[in-house]
Write a protein that binds this ligand. Structure first.
Ligand code: SF4
Length: 417
């Protein structure tokens, strides 16, 4: 396979799938600052899944078919110079199939006649390295900041948009902050202690200052496999559908997932013979640092009592502990269950659980946990939605709308009471 060399760094474009537009727009600037030319893909359409199915085995999980299909589609359509591009995909190194996406992409590129394009693996363990690409510890620190910025913008926007008096104010505010942060990152600012705290407060204050009329609305939480939960392409624009149905949406922050991944190093050591050094690093350095910035962002939101503050990682662990062991760490593992418990406790008892085709882990920790949750929280109204190449959008929407009709009845009853 062709390597991504140091000479390519300046002129070649690295293309990567888009999971969450806000988070990834901010995050891509980090790579730009470190000298890479990055393009986060926006292409969509039914041809993407067809390309995924053509070049990847159809038994593979749905997100895999989508991300690989999207990259091949972008190259075929000429969205990027075919002779000067590389593709990048994350490689977790964990037990679920996300670790194999890299190899599947390499194979799919060869089958599509694109075997000469370098395939970069985004991982922290130095697997499948290229001489011209390296994720440094500084990039990890900066990425953590970008994730929390993305989270606070997403959380504030989702709780402002349904109540805004002037339509479009919230979206303008999102754009404003994405470009402010992009500028900050360009100047290598905004990543560290003081800047982070100041910016979190400014972001929260700005969104809260948008003129709003707060009336009771159906509140819906979205959980599921990480790509399906955030990606419009993956979940057929679920957030848009819920907005059109006049709901307030809560998507648990991405930082929770990042912390879960590092917490898994501790669990690996505890239960599965994982490396001592990795568990120490996560326990005494990475997690405490992430907790610190998570706290600042939560404190900034808490200054505005009309907004719901997402639970901290510590709280999530406590919620999850009542139902599932922390050793359950394939896919989203115990975190998915914990997020559902947290949402129910915070008043988002209507939940859409996004389930991709071919994903055994999330069928266990998501769909499989609905029954015990329903027993513990009889008012919860959780609907698992399957996403696969043959599922029709109409079918998915009908199931969601059925859940929403129950939610509306419940809201009415609450108001009458
Ligand atoms: S969590 Fe599920 S969908 Fe995601 S990579 Fe693992 S098996 Fe596939």
């Amino acid at each position: 396979m062709k390597k991504f060399t140091k000479d390519m760094k300046k002129d070649w474009t690295i293309i990567a799938p888009n999971m969450s537009p806000t988070h990834f727009a901010i995050m891509s600037k980090i790579f730009t600052n470190h000298g890479y030319k990055v393009m986060i893909l926006e292409n969509s359409g039914p041809e993407i899944i067809q390309l995924g199915l053509k070049y990847v085995h159809n038994d593979m999980c749905y997100p895999c078919l989508l991300v690989i299909g999207q990259m091949i589609d972008a190259i075929e359509k000429g969205l990027v110079d075919r002779n000067k591009c590389a593709v990048a995909i994350s490689q977790t190194g964990g037990g679920c199939r996300a670790s194999n996406y890299y190899f599947l992409l390499v194979k799919a590129m060869e089958r599509a006649g694109m075997g000469d394009i370098p395939v970069i693996s985004l991982n922290l363990s130095g697997m499948n390295s290229h001489p011209g690409f390296k994720i440094t510890s500084m990039m990890v620190i900066q990425a953590a900041a970008a994730v929390v910025y993305g989270d606070i913008i997403m959380v504030m926007a989702n709780q402002t948009r349904p109540y805004e008096i002037n339509k479009g104010d919230t979206d303008k505010m999102v754009d404003k902050w994405v470009s402010i942060l992009a500028e900050c990152f360009k100047k290598n600012r905004g990543y560290f202690w003081k800047n982070l705290k100041i910016n979190f407060n400014k972001i929260a204050d700005d969104f809260a200052s948008i003129p709003q009329k707060r009336v009771p609305k159906v509140k819906v939480g979205v959980v599921g496999e990480i790509y399906m939960k955030f990606s419009k392409l993956g979940n057929s624009n679920l957030e848009g559908l819920l907005r059109d149905e006049d709901c307030e949406v809560m998507i648990p922050p991405m930082m929770g997932f990042a912390m879960y991944c590092f917490n898994n190093q501790i669990m690996d050591r505890k239960y599965y013979g994982g490396r001592f050094f990795h568990s120490l690093l996560s326990k005494y350095f990475v997690l405490p640092y992430f907790e610190k910035i998570e706290t600042w962002s939560r404190e900034a939101i808490a200054k505005h009592p009309e907004y719901t503050v997402p639970g901290s990682f510590k709280e999530l662990k406590e919620y999850g502990d009542k139902f599932i062991n922390e050793g359950c760490k394939m896919g989203e593992g115990w975190l998915l269950t914990a997020e559902m418990v947290e949402l129910i406790n915070k008043g988002y008892e209507n939940i859409v659980c996004t389930q991709p085709f071919g994903c055994l882990p999330n069928h266990i920790v998501g769909k499989g946990m609905i029954r015990p949750l329903k027993e513990a929280y009889p008012d919860s109204n959780i609907v698992p939605i399957d996403y696969d190449p043959s599922a029709t959008k109409v079918n998915q929407e009908n199931r969601i709308k059925l859940m929403l009709s129950v939610a509306r009845e419940n809201l009415e009853k609450k108001e009458n009471a």
